[in-house]
Design a binder for this molecule. Sequence first.
Ligand code: TNX
Length: 522
Amino acid sequence: MTHDQLIPAPARAEAVPGSSFAAGPSTTLWAGPGTESTERWLRATLGAALGLPLPSGPEGAGGSVSLLLDGSLEAEAYRLTIDEERVEIRGGAAAGVFWGAQTLRQLFGPDAFRRAPLRPDVPRSVPAGVVEDAPRFGWRGMMLDVARHFMPKEGVLRYLDLLAAHKLNVFHFHLTDDQGWRVEIKRHPRLTEAGSWRARSKWGHRNSPLWEERPHGGFYTQDDIREIVAYAESLHIAVVPEIDIPGHSQAAISAYPHLGNADVVDTEALTVWDTWGVSKNVLAPTEDVLRFYEGVFEEVLDLFPSTFVHVGGDECPKDQWKASAAAQARVKELGVEGEDGLQSWFIRHFDQWLSARGRRLIGWDEILEGGLAEGATVSSWRGYRGGIAAAKSGHDVIMCPEQHVYLDHRQDGGPHEPMPIGFVRTLEDVYRFEPVPAELTEEEAARVLGTQANVWTEVMEHQGRVDYQVFPRLAAFCEVAWRRLPAPAERDFADFERRMTAHYARLDALGVDYRPPGGPLP
Ligand code: TNX
């Protein structure tokens, strides 16, 4: 594997032609203070794939791999130096060292992505040279919706590995929705007892004879969540939990009917929703409901150390609040402006509540309606508009416009494309996505903390479907998030495609069910 086949391509790479480092049974590993996460990862992945034990040895010895922190580099930056004698990875912080190790694995070739050394002739050498690299954005994320279709824990851990392999560092975990509640909350056990299964779910592809409806569900125990968070941390990925309020909450209301607008709907009769779309069953704007969700968030904060906590806030239909005498009385009592005011009342409450606990609230761009809470960060999904407005008013923004980075959308308009949702977003479209709109001043642009690709799973009922939608587009997305690419029209997509040839071999070795180039059928 050569330096010009890396994904994402590094800022600078210089090869020394004809020279390489050969790893073997006597190759040692030296991990300087603060680099232990990469040490463990190298043994567990690269070591296993190459069939090498990588025992500890002295720093910089002949035949060694050395890991060290270097204060002259930015936290996530790294310098990877390879000569015939040794490999050295310097990172500004532990994360930088780790991203350097990811690059090293790519240089070993696709078989370095396997779990066991299948063939004795697996290449065990890397080309000599220097790679210097640093990310453009500090927030390089993927959101996974495990509410519409549950992904068992092992699948989530696997996705974390895949994110790390693409140098992505935020996993936005969409844990609750109308169609399911996926995280155990000890003080409200019915959220998962009653809220994690729905009686009917569409299964298989709708054109297939196997199309049928079955129960669907599942949830993560608090121990599962702790494991996921700890595993992510070992890969330098932050897990941002999302608990959706006040809309997208029918699963919660079906478990605890007092959360709903009981004067306009028989909340006792509600079940976990078995339809796609946006349910009109939303939370009632009461103090009781606030207390209930404070209890939920208390446990969530205990489980997730992430600074950011996502409260959803999207697509909250106001029909029930309009019809409910109780909700209308609350409008008067709270002195808020109509139903939009109720929505921002919810968000403002949790903005303050989270701030008081040293956390930061993030929500979808609908939280701008009725006035943005003071400390809120905005996930801009309905295009760039919400993100621009938020940045201009001094709020931080994550850019994830559906027109560009919704990976549930189709990858081409062809007849064999299995997924019926949304716009056509090709690999090239994603490659030409620009997270920072030109109309922002430099100061406003600095409010764009980064970008994320969102994976909504209404039409992805198992991991293979998720893989198909996510890959190869996540590879294009990771270049956008990591690199300082030129303006969209000037980006060298042909070069990216050329590098993708090597990357498909890596994805094959990892067992990713990506969409084959050119589509599923000729
Ligand atoms: C919009 S993006 C939604 C999701 C859907 C998605 C389908 C957002 C905040 N809400 O609930 O799953 O569209 O593409």
